[in-house]
Structure formats: structure tokens, C-alpha cells
Design a protein around this ligand. Structure first.
Ligand SMILES: [Zn+2]
Length: 341
């Protein structure tokens, strides 16, 4: 079985963006009371938006199941206030729920959180509970920088974040650390802000002892862990200078990396440097990089090809394809077992 742990609903029916545009436009009228309203999207529209995209790609590439969340760059937590984020997040998560109900064999949901800069992560607990307990989601995406490139909130290791970690630990769900769009013109969203978010989160974890407080907390750092695997010696050395334990003991029981690295040498490096137990298969399709690599003739995000060509043993490939995901997402494992998979 091949589980893609990182897929976004980037092809949602147009009404979703129309709703968002209207919501943003309404923010200009300060006197107006924000309304959640509804999207007016039918199940048929959801079906056709996925059939020709994510589902078609799953079939073509031979993957089985995608851990599916709202479009990451669309989260844009910096827009409006906590209520803006809450209404938008509800709609985005409800759509994921409906997509997973329509294609129960192919998708399982992960939640967007209604974060907002300067607003306590405590505020996201209710939506996380709703998504896990009522909608059957198995994890969440946690934005380490709700300001969109300005980094105005405290680091992930600050107690500021502890309420959401307590809830994640209680529900036994991991989070993918995932920034959203960038409103800082210095940082291209997917080329710089994403990779920066990944790298920054890992370095924050090194400097503190978060996992002493939360031994069962689990994070997936996407996009191959940003710059981390490539600079593994630097991070090991920095940890050593700070008198921290070896990274394998300090972080690797709690931090995992995905395979959204879009070329063979990158995957070879990732799987050589990071223990195989800490790598989860992912493609982020249909996502950040959509083109065909002229050097190979295949899509950049066809990451299964790189794992296949990596020279890893069949046992190691199986861990990356599904074993690790089932361990990191216990609710996914339970869900699959219930369905005889
Ligand atoms: Zn993503």
C-alpha cells in the first residue's frame, strides 16, 4: 500500500474562492457583521474536481491513498481576524470531509486550523476537536507563522503553543508544520517561505526541550525537511554546541520528514542522511510544482519514481510508503484496519 501523506485540495470548485473573495471584500466594511454563509457546492462538483486531478494521478502513479487537507497557500491566516479565519477554515475543512466521504478509499482528512496572528493557539482547539471527533480527520496542519512571512508569533517551542500540543497529544494526532502564503515580498511562497518555514521549525525544536514536555507529540516537516537533511552536519554540530542530546535522541522520535523533494539526488540524500523510520512518502500533488522535468520526461512531483530508483531495500521502501505513516498517524492505521486494509 502506498500512502501519500501530503496532498491538498488545490482543485476545489470555483465557489470556494468566490466565497473567500467576498469574505475578504466584506472586511473593508467595518460595520458589517461577518457571516459564515454557505458555499453552494454540490457533491457532483466535488467529485468532478477530484476525478480528473488527484484521483487520476493516484491511478496513473499507482498510489493508493492521499492524506488530504485544504490548499495550504489558501489558508492565509494573516487575513482579517480570528473570526475571518474561523469561518474560512470551517468551509475548507467541511469540503475536505465531503471529498473524503465521496472517495473513502482514496482520501483521509487532515485539518486546517483557524489560526490568526497574535491569537492564542488555544483558539484552534475547538476546530481540531470537531475535525477529529466529528469529521474523522487524522491530523492537522499547523502554521508556525500565521503572519505570512513576518514571523510575529513566538517560536513553536514557546509555551504559547502548548494548549494546541496538549490537545494533539490527547487526541493522538500529529501535525504537519505548514506555512501558508507569503505577504513578505522577500519570500516567494513555495520556493522560499515554505522551505524557510520547514528549516526554521526544525531549528526551533533543536534549541528547546519541547519533547521532554510532550514525549508523544509528532510533527511532519514537509518538503523533505527544507534545508535540514542537506545541512545535517550543521544541525548536529549546533545541537552539540548547545549541549543538547544527539539529534536522534533529541528530535527523531518526534519529527518526521516527507519526500516532497523533486529530484533523484535530493531523495538519495534524504534517505541516506535521515533514518528510514523518519521518512514518509508524499508528493504534494496537485501542488507546488506542476511541470514535467525535461531531464527525465516525468513530472517533478512524481516522487514515487525517485523512491523506486533509490536503491533502498523492499522493507525500507515499505516503511516509507506506508509503515511510517500508519505509525505517525495512529488514527489512520485504525481507520484502515477497520476497512480491512
Ligand atoms: Zn503542502
Amino acid at each position: 500500500m502506498i500512502i501519500d501523506c501530503h496532498g491538498h485540495y488545490t482543485t476545489a470548485p470555483k465557489q470556494l474562492q468566490d466565497w473567500r473573495d467576498a469574505q475578504i471584500a466584506a472586511l473593508k466594511d467595518k460595520a458589517r457583521v461577518p457571516e459564515k454563509g454557505d458555499l453552494g457546492i454540490t457533491d457532483d462538483e466535488i467529485r468532478s474536481s477530484i476525478e480528473g486531478a488527484q484521483l487520476k494521478i493516484q491511478r496513473e502513479r499507482g498510489t493508493d491513498l492521499t492524506i488530504f487537507s485544504p490548499r495550504a497557500s489558501g489558508m492565509a491566516h494573516h487575513i482579517g481576524n480570528a473570526t475571518t479565519s474561523e469561518h474560512w477554515t470551517h468551509h475548507c475543512n467541511d469540503l475536505i470531509y465531503r471529498a473524503c466521504r465521496i472517495f473513502p478509499d482514496n482520501f483521509v482528512g487532515v485539518a486546517q486550523l483557524p489560526q490568526s496572528p497574535g491569537v492564542s493557539p488555544k483558539n484552534s482547539i475547538r476546530e481540531l476537536e470537531r475535525c477529529v471527533n466529528e469529521l474523522g480527520f487524522i491530523g492537522c496542519n499547523l502554521n508556525p507563522d500565521p503572519s505570512g512571512g513576518m514571523w510575529t508569533d513566538p517560536p513553536l517551542t514557546d509555551r504559547y503553543w502548548y494548549p494546541i500540543y496538549e490537545k494533539m497529544a490527547e487526541l493522538d494526532v500529529p501535525a504537519m508544520i505548514h506555512v501558508s502564503s507569503s505577504c513578505n515580498p522577500n519570500f516567494h511562497a513555495t520556493g522560499a517561505h515554505y522551505i524557510n518555514g520547514d528549516t526554521t521549525a526544525f531549528m526551533q525544536f533543536i534549541t528547546a526541550d519541547l519533547f521532554k514536555d510532550f514525549p508523544s507529540l509528532r510533527f511532519i516537516i514537509p518538503h523533505g525537511g527544507g534545508a535540514v537533511p542537506y545541512h545535517w552536519g550543521r544541525y548536529r554540530g549546533l545541537a552539540q554546541d548547545m549541549k543538547k542530546p544527539l539529534l536522534k535522541d533529541h528530535l527523531l522520535k518526534n519529527v518526521f520528514f516527507d519526500t516532497c523533494v523533486y529530484h533523484q539526488p535530493g531523495i538519495d540524500l534524504l534517505t541516506k542522511v535521515i533514518p528510514v523510520e523518519n521518512v514518509l512518502f508524499a508528493s504534494e500533488m496537485v501542488g507546488a510544482v506542476r511541470g514535467v522535468d525535461p531531464e527525465t520526461g516525468f513530472y517533478y512531483d512524481d516522487t514515487k519514481r525517485y523512491i523506486e530508483a533509490s536503491g533502498l531495500s523492499a522493507t525500507d521502501k515499505q516503511k516509507i510508503y506506508s509503515g511510517n505513516a500508519r505509525r505517525v498517524f495512529p488514527r489512520l492505521d485504525a481507520h484502515l484496519k477497520k476497512r480491512g486494509r
